[in-house]
Design a protein. Structure first.
Length: 146
């Protein structure tokens, strides 16, 4: 994620929510990072000296630094691999939300919402953690056999 975010900022200074949209587009809708992924990534990049924020129109636009450019250059092979995966996730490739049947997408979103709500309402005791993990593992095995 760090390399992808840094590469997008290198292409054009931008801000958090715009990064989310760009990544979703790059992956053809098959992956959309949450703010809980993007903002810690931006913090890590900023603390590492790879980007710097510039206030503009009431928001922080991030710009790459010379250190960030050097980091991208040093990690070019890994970045190229990420970009190659993103290229195959577009609407014409495999992946992308457009290729997921509506009932499957609905069920995936229901699961995501149920997990988020359950985890938001406080910590889980060890027994609940094990039950949820077992249910998810069982569902994964069952799906793999379909």
């Amino acid at each position: 994620m760090r390399l992808l975010v840094l590469a997008l900022i290198a292409d054009k200074p931008t801000y958090g929510y715009e990064l989310i949209r760009h990544i979703e587009e790059k992956f053809g809708g098959s992956y959309t990072p949450s703010p809980g992924v993007i903002y810690p990534t931006l913090t890590w990049l900023e603390e590492g000296g790879y980007i710097r924020p510039v206030e503009a129109e009431g928001r922080k636009n991030y710009h790459i630094t010379p250190e960030g450019t050097a980091f991208l250059t040093a990690n070019r092979a890994a970045l190229d691999e990420i970009l190659a995966r993103a290229a195959t996730a577009g609407p014409e490739g495999r992946g992308g939300r457009r290729n997921i049947p509506v009932p499957v997408m609905r069920a995936m979103e229901n699961l995501r919402t149920a997990l988020r709500l359950r985890l938001r309402n406080g910590g889980l005791d060890p027994e609940a953690e094990e039950r949820i993990a077992a249910l998810l593992d069982g569902a994964a095995r069952a799906i793999g056999q379909v």
